[in-house]
Design a protein around this ligand. Sequence first.
Ligand code: PSU
Ligand code: MN
Length: 308
Amino acid sequence: MRTAADPLLQPSDEVAEALSAGAPVVALESTIISHGLPQPRNLEVARELEGIVREAGAVPATIAVLDGVARAGLTDAELERVASEPGLRKLGQRDLPMAAALKASGATTVSATSFLAARAGIRVFATGGLGGVHRGWTEDQDESADLGTLAGTRITVVCAGVKSILDVPATLQRLETRGVSVAGYRTDQFPGFYLHSSGLPVEWRVETPEEVADVMRAQDAFGGPESALIVANPVPVDQQLDPALHDRVLAEALEAAARDGVTGQAITPFLLGYLVRGTGGASLEANLAAVRGNTALAARIALAWSRP
Ligand code: PSU
Ligand code: MN
C-alpha cells in the first residue's frame, strides 16, 4: 500500500509494502545494466541479481528514472527497457532535477541510486565497483560524483572496492578526506574490483552481516554528517581476473582512451568495454562474480538490519 505519494520518486507496491513493514530491501543500480555490461547479457544479469536478493529473503529495488519519475522496484518490462533502450541516459545525482522536470529517462549511477534509495528509506545498496578519482586527475579533475554523494548520504554500499581503472590510492584518500566510513568484509586489504586485492590496506575489518548492521546502528546513534558506510567485499580469488592480464589490457585501454580523447561520463563505460573485449570476456566474468557476491552479502546485511 502506497502511503505519502512522492511525485519525484515512486516505489513499486512491493517495495513500498516491504519498507512500511520494516522488511529487508536491497537497492540495485541501473547504470551497471545500461552502460556497464554488454547486451543481451545485461538483462539476464539484472534479473539474476534480483533473484539473488529474493532467494536470500529480501526485496530487490532496482532504481532508475522512467519518463521523469524515479522508480524503486521495476517490473520485468521496465527492466527490459533499462537494458535495451537506445541512448538511455546515465544519470548522476545532479542530473535528477533535469530528468524530473524534462520527463527524461535514464539509468542511475551509484551517486543517483544512493541518493534515491536514501530518500525512499532503503538503507542497503549493492553494486559492482564505486566510481572514484580517475588516473590523470591532476590534469582533468575527473572525480566521480559517487564520492561526493556518499559523503552526504546515509546508505550502506556493498561493493568490490572501487573500479581498478581508477587511481585507487587517490580514491581511498578522498574517501578519508570526505569522511566516508570504509570496512573490509573478511579482508584486511581493500579489494581491487576485478581483482581480489588492490594491494592497499583497509583499516577496519568486519566479519558478519550482524557486525555491519551494528556499525550502521552506531552511525545513527552518533549522528553527525549523514555519510555512507562502504562495505568492501572482495571477489573470491578463484573468480578474479588474472592480475597480469588485467594490468596489460588496462594499460592498453588507458592508452586507447587518451588517443581517442574519451573523457567525462563516457570514460568509465569505454574502459570497462575495452577490458571486456581485450580479455576475451574474462573481465566480464570477474565483474559479474563481484556483483553477485555483493548482492548476496547486501541481502544478508539488509536482513540483519531489519532484525535488531
Ligand atoms: N560498477 C560496475 N559497473 C559500472 C558501474 C559500477 O561494476 O558500470 C557504474 C556505476 O553506476 C558508477 C559509475 O556510479 O559506473 C561511475 O561512473 P563515473 O566514473 O562516470 O562517475
Ligand atoms: Mn567522471
